[in-house]
Design a protein around this ligand. Structure first.
Ligand code: SAH
Length: 393
C-alpha cells in the first residue's frame, strides 16, 4: 500500500500520545525513497503500525492524518470534513441567517495538519501549509462541497504564500470549485466585506470573533481606539455596542479602505467613526485624545525563534505607550498572535510595560482563540492567540 517509515527505538512515544508530527531525527529508515507530499505509514522499531500521514522534506518529516490504518481517498476526506463541520455546528458557529463566517478546519486542532479552511458565506477559502495537502487539494475541495452544499458552492485555493518555499513548486491561487463574486458574509449579524483574493491570511481574522463580542459589551458610551484595525472588526462591534467615538488605525491604506467599507456596510452615515492610515507607534506618541478603551492587535512580531527577544521588546514598548496614555479607569485589550511567544512571556512583557508607567493595572480577562480554532491537548503548539483585558487606574 503506502511506503513505510520506521522510527528509532522509543521515538514512537509522542505519537502514541497523539502528537501529530514526526521529526526527521526520529526516523531510522524507510523501505523506499519517499517523495515529498506522499502518504507514508509510520512503524515503531518493533514494526508495529503507529500512524499514517503526509511526508515532507524538513525537520517535521511527517504530519499525521490518522492513527488508524486506512486508505486516504475521497471517503476519508468526506468523513474528516464532515467531522469538522459537525463540530462547528455543535459549537453554534456554522451557517445561520445571521452568521456565515467560521473556521471549518484548523490544522492540527482538527487532526488535519497543514490545512486551514475558512468559510465566508458561499465561499470556502482553503490554505495548504504542507505539500501533502497541496497534492490532495482537489479531493479536499470536492469533500468541502459534498459536505457543505448548498450553503457553500465555491472553494478558493490560496496557498501561493503558505507552502514551504523549499518545495519549489509553482502554485497559483484560484477557484478549485465554482466561482464567487459575492464579497460579503455575516459574523454575529454584522456584515463584512471579505477580500480573499488580496487580503491577509484567508481574508479575515476569524480568530478574534469572541474577543470582538467582549469589546461590544464594554463599548457603550465609550471612546475607543482600535489599533492595527485591518478590516475594522473590533470597530464595527464597538459601534454596535454603542461607542460614542471609534478611531481605527492601520499603517496599510488598503486596510483603512476595508475598515471604512465595513463600517459603512453596517452603519451608513454614522459620524462616530474615523479611520487613520498611519503607523501605530507614531499615532500613540502624537495622539492627544485620551481614550476609554484601547485595542492593540498587532501582527505577529516574531515569526521565528531568533526574533523572540525583539518581539518581546516590541510588545513592551507598544503596551507601555497605551497604558501610559489611556484614561484613568480605562480598559486595554491587548493581544499577541505570535506562535512562538508563550502566554507567560506575553504577560511578562505587559507586566514590564505596566511597571514602566507606574500605573495600577488589573487583569479582567485572559483571552485566547475561539472554539472553531481548537487546540489539540497533545499539540500545545497550536495555541497562538493570547490576549489580556486590563483596567488601568
Ligand atoms: N485587529 C485585526 C487584525 C490585525 S492584523 C482584526 O481584528 O481583524 C495586523 C494589522 O496591523 C495589519 O492590518 C497591518 O497592516 C497592521 N500593521 C502592521 N504594522 C503596523 C504599524 N507599525 N502600525 C500600524 N499598523 C500596522
Amino acid at each position: 500500500m503506502y511506503k513505510q517509515i520506521f522510527l528509532k527505538p522509543k521515538k514512537e512515544e509522542s505519537l502514541k500520545r497523539f502528537h501529530p508530527w514526526v521529526f526527521s531525527g526520529a526516523i531510522s529508515h524507510t523501505d523506499n525513497p519517499v517523495e515529498e507530499g506522499e502518504i507514508v505509514e509510520i512503524y515503531d522499531s518493533a514494526k508495529n503500525f503507529i500512524a499514517l500521514g503526509h511526508s515532507q522534506i524538513g525537520s517535521i518529516a511527517v504530519r499525521v492524518l490518522s492513527f488508524e490504518k486506512e486508505e486516504i481517498n475521497e471517503i476519508f476526506w468526506v468523513k474528516r470534513i464532515r467531522e469538522s463541520a459537525s463540530a462547528r455546528t455543535s459549537l453554534g458557529v456554522s451557517h445561520s441567517t445571521t452568521h456565515s463566517i467560521y473556521r471549518l478546519v484548523h490544522g492540527e486542532g482538527d487532526l488535519l495538519p497543514g490545512l486551514i479552511v475558512d468559510v465566508y458565506g458561499k465561499t470556502a477559502v482553503m490554505q495548504a501549509h504542507s505539500i501533502g495537502m497541496h497534492v490532495h487539494r482537489h479531493a479536499i475541495a470536492d469533500a468541502i462541497i459534498h459536505v457543505l452544499s448548498p450553503n457553500v458552492s465555491a472553494v478558493y485555493y490560496k496557498s501561493s504564500g503558505t507552502l514551504p518555499y523549499k518545495a519549489d513548486i509553482d502554485v497559483e491561487d484560484g477557484f478549485l470549485v465554482g466561482n464567487s463574486t459575492e464579497g460579503t458574509a455575516l459574523e454575529n449579524g454584522l456584515a463584512f466585506y471579505i477580500d480573499w483574493l488580496k487580503g491577509q491570511k484567508t481574508g479575515f481574522f476569524i480568530d478574534q470573533r469572541d474577543n470582538r463580542s467582549l469589546l461590544e459589551k464594554y463599548a457603550n458610551g465609550k471612546s475607543i481606539l482600535n489599533m492595527f484595525c485591518y478590516t475594522g472588526g473590533f470597530s464595527v462591534y464597538a459601534l454596535r455596542g454603542g461607542a460614542s467615538m471609534v478611531h481605527s488605525v492601520d499603517s496599510s491604506a488598503k486596510a483603512i479602505d476595508l475598515t471604512n467599507k465595513n463600517v459603512t456596510l453596517n452603519f451608513p452615515n454614522d459620524t462616530r467613526h474615523t479611520a487613520f492610515a498611519t503607523d501605530a507607534f507614531k499615532f500613540l506618541a502624537e495622539m492627544d485624545n485620551a481614550y476609554d478603551i484601547i485595542v492593540l492587535d498587532p501582527p505577529a512580531f516574531a515569526k521565528h525563534r531568533d526574533a523572540l527577544k525583539n518581539a518581546l521588546q516590541g510588545y513592551k514598548r507598544l503596551n507601555a505607550k497605551a497604558i501610559e496614555k489611556i484614561k484613568p479607569g480605562g480598559i486595554l485589550f491587548t493581544f499577541s498572535c505570535s506562535q512562538i511567544v508563550s502566554k507567560e512571556q506575553f504577560r511578562l512583557a505587559v507586566f514590564s510595560a505596566a511597571a514602566i508607567t507606574g500605573r495600577h493595572v488589573r487583569i479582567l480577562h485572559q483571552l485566547t482563540q475561539p472554539a472553531d480554532h481548537p487546540i489539540s491537548i497533545y499539540h500545545p503548539e497550536g495555541e497562538y492567540l493570547k490576549g489580556l483585558v486590563m483596567m488601568v487606574e
